[in-house]
Design a protein around this ligand. Structure first.
Ligand code: TYD
Ligand code: MG
Length: 450
């Protein structure tokens, strides 16, 4: 293997060797050795006619002209569309629908731009069968089934598309390396070559990477710093909803989400997410909160089930909110509403299992717990917003105004919110009853009357 350009480097101490060892001969650490390609340009003096630094004031800030992915929900997560020459990493569990969304998007983009889809996992026939299910049009879309990085790079250069897709990074390999496809070394080496290609030729590149729930197959994690945008495609096998979530974005805000539904004919965008995460039933143990994910507010139901426990340690489980938040909310209820919950099991779940990170959902969680415990439905047609402080106060919420607007749009009649800092526009007052409260006790007295 002496003709190969690769060397083996310990990620712990930096020791180099010409072959792989399970244990570093220098620092004795286990499994720390990773194969890397030896840099051909080792001498700095070789670099002639390279770029020069330019005065900052001479740089023009002309607006980046993005192109659409064909999906508004996808564009939102990207920060307003695809930036030419940018690199996007789309991660997600196997089978979640990455190839499907990307193929749909490729078709839509190809109506205006030149698109190349490189499939390293599936045959051309498999892609065609998927395409037929999707039932859509394409114009300038080419498909290339190949796993060898060198051949892929040559073909991308030959076709010179505006947008290229690599499906997936774990399935391609650099033939100059000994490591098998999908290994950290291969994933890193292939990505950095693709990165150079994209930047040099101004090709927008979308790289698909498989990630398991526990991050065990962490290949793609190691290349997050190499790419401009990292997006996760999430969902579960039970519901048909899928979320695109931006984790890193050099051209827009993170925390943006895009919502889709997986149908027989591929993925469909959900433009009105409030409609799928709420039920509008007035039953005990269920409240509605308005949460802000990215730039968009929408309503999500919170359901609680509180039962007398048969265990010495009561059971507490959550879906969609963190278990630590639930423990904290239970402690606040015990202390500041004066209800002992240590004898009760408590299960909390959000509508559709939607993952809420906005802390202003606390009040909705607390009221649904108490509503289930007392077996009393909360105030009809209402929605709850507010983060619970440890001393029982209801703290202010971000973007309260847009949340109230969303509640008005959904026809919600009562909204229980933290004390307002500024006067809201009077237009609201006619369409919704806004109840300002300053602590959890007030919220309970107002919304749970038995
Ligand atoms: P896929 O895009 O192959 O997943 P990934 O590339 O992330 O591994 O999607 C696979 C699943 O999607 C598969 O279980 C079938 C389902 N599916 C549909 O429900 N509808 C469709 O139109 C298509 C193409 C796939
Ligand atoms: Mg796939």
């Amino acid at each position: 293997m002496s003709s190969k350009l690769s060397i083996f480097i310990c990620q712990n101490c930096g020791n180099e060797s010409s072959q792989y060892f399970g244990k570093c001969l220098n620092c004795n650490s286990w499994n720390s050795i990773v194969e890397e390609i030896k840099s051909k340009r080792s001498n700095h003096q070789d670099i002639k006619n390279s770029k020069k630094a330019i005065p900052f004031n001479e740089i023009s800030s002309k607006k980046i002209s993005r192109f659409t992915s064909g999906f508004k929900e996808f564009d939102r997560v990207l920060g307003g569309g695809i930036v030419p020459g940018s690199i996007v990493l789309l991660g997600g569990e196997p089978g979640i629908g990455k190839s499907t969304i990307v193929l749909q998007s490729a078709g839509k983009i190809s109506l205006n731009e030149k698109v190349l889809y490189v499939t390293a996992e599936e045959s051309l026939e498999q892609i065609k069968i998927r395409w037929e299910r999707l039932n859509q049009k394409s114009i300038d879309l080419k498909i290339f089934a190949e796993t060898n990085l060198s051949i892929i790079i040559e073909e991308i250069k030959r076709i010179n598309p505006t947008f290229a897709i690599i499906d997936s990074i774990q399935a391609i390999h650099n033939p100059e390396m000994e490591s098998s496809p999908g290994s950290v070394s291969q994933v890193r080496a292939c990505s950095s070559e693709l990165q150079n290609l994209a930047k040099d030729n101004n090709i927008a590149l979308l790289i698909i990477g498989h990630v398991t729930k526990d991050g065990a197959l962490a290949g793609p994690k190691t290349l997050e710093h190499l790419v401009d945008v990292v997006i996760n495609f999430e969902g579960d096998n039970i519901s048909s909803h899928r979320l695109l979530r931006s984790i890193k974005n050099r051209f827009g805000s993170t925390f943006e989400i895009g919502i889709f539904e997986m149908l027989e004919v591929g993925l469909r965008e959900i433009k009105n997410p409030s409609s799928i995460f709420t039920n509008k039933e007035n039953i005990s143990g269920v409240t509605t909160t308005i949460t802000n994910e990215g730039s968009r507010p929408f309503a999500v139901d919170i359901q609680a089930l509180v039962n007398k426990t048969f265990y010495s340690n009561p059971r507490r489980t959550t879906t969609g909110i963190s278990i630590n938040r639930l423990h904290q909310i239970l402690a606040v209820i015990e202390k500041h509403v004066g209800i002992k919950l240590s004898e009760f099991d408590c299960y909390v779940a959000t509508g559709g299992g939607f993952e809420i990170s906005d802390p202003s959902s606390d009040l909705g969680v607390a009221i649904s717990i108490l509503s289930s415990l007392k077996n009393v439905p909360p105030l009809a047609n209402s929605s709850f917003i507010g983060e619970l402080g440890l001393s029982g106060q209801v703290r202010k919420s971000n973007n309260l105004r847009t949340k109230i607007e969303e509640a008005v749009r959904l026809g919600i009649k009562n909204i229980i919110v933290p004390k307002l800092e500024e006067e809201l526009n009077n237009n609201f007052q006619h369409s919704i009853n806004i109840k300002e409260i300053s602590n959890i006790k007030e919220a309970v007295d107002y919304s749970l009357t038995d």
